[in-house]
Design a protein around this ligand. Structure first.
Ligand SMILES: *Cc1c(COP(=O)(O)O)cnc(C)c1O
Length: 371
């Protein structure tokens, strides 16, 4: 038996990620692999760092891409900032807040959960009450853009509250980065992680992260070693950090970084504010079309994410059968509901390169044909 090359079909990716990757990014990834300590590659890594500082709107020195997907960026933040015994207030309003709890506990921390209904934004008042009840807490963590529900939380206010109570703030921006306004320095976010495959529309496999000087100081003052060797920032920065004196830590995913670099160049060309505005405009167009089909949204209008539209599955429609039909007959991927929302909702992504009129048209006409 001989197995041939793999030729994937060309899908339109309008789920919760990955999103459509442009020809330009794919072409960048097909360029020749160089050594991960090659001087040309190191120059490119410095550019990735500058471009990430731009999309995160930060001057944080400690800004780079973890060599693994968004979940690893999450682990990187918690593993470095949580020490055994640390109390961490985790705001949960969907699936990803639950993963934060797992991370806190696996780092030996104590998670205090602040729960909000799925589909709602994180309630700042509940966070404030938890901070008053737990004056010994040292960190607050929440998800800016809950991809499991399509709800957006007020990151600026939540971080302000954390700081008023002497806590640092860890923010999940996997789905928000480059899709919706996010200002790391202005909002004084201490640790933030994202993913390459959502609104940046690069291939999955990299997690942009950034740490404020305050977070770097907390990491520098740890009493215990970071329990993960791979994610220990003190070691990783020997590779991503110092001018000229790069030390081998791990082999960077070279071609994957070419793709991220190209996707960031494209955001820079468009302009970050223009990218935010495009996501917003396309969301409104899709919304109008869905409403004409009688399809309604899970999230209240003021809390909706433009890049992730969670809608109720119309009465009597077979969830799995329709998604299979969309994939097989229309080459269109939309997302299923997660956790408690499984079978009840669809998640239609308009992320990055996929946030455009032709995708909206194809999505609406396909849905019209099958539901
Ligand atoms: C996708 C996502 C993650 C996980 O990212 P992976 O790249 O799948 O590991 C974490 N948080 C949120 C909010 C996400 O949307």
């Amino acid at each position: 038996m001989s197995i041939g090359s793999f030729h994937p079909p060309r899908r339109m990716l309008m789920g919760p990620g990955p999103s459509d990757v442009s020809e330009r990014v794919l072409a960048a990834m097909a360029r020749p692999t160089v050594g991960h300590l090659d001087p040309t590659f190191i120059t490119m890594m410095d550019e990735v760092k500058s471009l990430l500082q731009y999309v995160f709107q930060t001057r944080n020195e400690l800004t780079f891409a973890v060599s693994a997907p968004g979940s690893a960026g999450m682990e990187c933040c918690f593993a470095n900032l949580v020490e055994p015994g640390d109390k961490v207030i985790v705001c949960q309003n969907g699936v990803f807040g639950g993963r934060m709890k797992e991370n806190v506990e696996r780092c030996g921390g104590v998670a205090v959960m602040v729960q909000d209904d799925w589909g709602c934004a994180v309630d700042a008042q509940k966070l404030e009450e938890a901070l008053l009840q737990h004056p010994d807490a040292v960190l607050v963590a929440f998800v800016h853009a809950e991809t499991s529900t399509g709800a957006q939380s007020d990151a600026k206010t939540l971080v302000e509250l954390a700081h008023q109570h002497d806590c640092l703030a860890i923010v999940d921006a996997v789905t928000s980065l480059a899709g919706t306004p996010l200002k790391v320095d202005e909002w004084q976010i201490d640790a933030i992680y994202s993913g390459s495959q959502k609104c940046l529309s690069a291939s999955p496999g990299l997690s942009p992260v950034s740490f404020s000087p305050r977070a770097a100081e907390k990491i520098g003052n740890r009493q215990t070693k970071v329990q993960s060797w791979f994610l220990d920032l003190n070691l990783v920065m020997g590779y991503w950090g110092g001018e000229g004196k790069r030390a081998y830590h791990h082999t960077a995913p070279v071609n994957c970084l070419y793709g991220l670099h190209e996707s960031l160049v494209m955001v820079q060309e468009e302009g970050l504010e223009n990218a935010w505005a495009r996501h917003d405009k396309n969301h409104r167009t899709l919304r109008k079309g869905l409403e004409q089909l009688g399809i309604s949204f899970l999230v209240a209008e003021q809390d909706r994410l433009p890049q992730l539209n969670t809608v109720f599955i119309p009465e009597g429609v077979d969830d799995a059968a329709v998604r299979t039909q969309l994939l097989n007959e229309y080459n269109l991927e939309i997302g299923a509901g997660l956790g408690a929302l499984a079978g009840k909702v669809w998640r239609i992504g308009l992320m990055g390169h996929a946030s455009k009129q032709s995708n909206i048209d194809h999505c609406l006409s396909s849905l019209r044909a099958v539901v």
